[in-house]
Design a protein. Sequence first.
Length: 327
Amino acid sequence: MGIHKLVSVFLFQLLLVLLVLERSNAKYLKLGFYNQKCPDAEAIITKTTHHYISRAPTLAAALLRMHFHDCFVRGCDGSVLLNSTRDNQAEKASIPNLTLRGFDLIDAAKSAVENKCPGVVSCADILALAARDSVAMINGPYWEVPTGRRDGRVSKASEALANLPSPFGDINHLKSLFYSKGLNVKDLVVLSGGHTIGISHCPAFSPRLYNFTGKGDADPSLDPHYAAELKKKCKPRDTTSIVEMDPGSFKTFDEDYFSIVSKRRGLFQSDAALLDDKESKAYVNLYVKTHGSTFAKDFAESMVKMGHIEVLTGKSGEIRRKCAFVN
């Protein structure tokens, strides 16, 4: 056997070992993990989340996005919460994360839990629970969150850029990225449905309006009437204006997103890409046809799967005293 083949076999076997380790780590998550050491933990987090969401309901979309961005980079380990240091640019400093919001809610929940049970509850679990609670508080689905995650000590801006799905991504890029995280095409479509709430800044989609192929043209996959509406809200080089991702119901968790995508009115290229694959398109059409009858249940199931990505458990990582800093 040649040296190149030996290396290939070794790398493949190493990948299998790593995948087994990831799955075994995930098994250590369980419902009610803190029942003995901090029985009030989840109630405290829910109370804090309600306090913030009742005053600013749009934070629900922000927390959902933050949880997603955390899990896709180094797994659900709270690494997205860490601040940059003099020697390191953290995930927060990466372009996709510059518009993240809700860190103050996570810090408040952490402080409240620390006052009750110092050094017990991880920031990663607080983020997972707060994301769930905030979505439920705006009449979205509720899902059980197994806990027991520990916090990572590493956060790199470059890794965020490499691992987060791009709003400009095509279907092959999206499928490959989701598969690498243990998620399938159904999860891709269902989790994209999270765009039923929230807003976006113009730079995330304006190339579709003004310079899609570098010739000053618009994306032909975007409904021209919708493109005209977007141009009124986002002028060339506009970096500050915001647009609703689900026009008319961006504060309501519903199945309208799929109708919008089917009408070629998905805001991002990554939304439009769902129509470029037979399987993903079938799921979009199913949710349109059935008026999203199973969307809430499916979304909850995919969120639980996402929450298990590459988790740290047992003695791995740490329990941070403050979510923005390693101990």
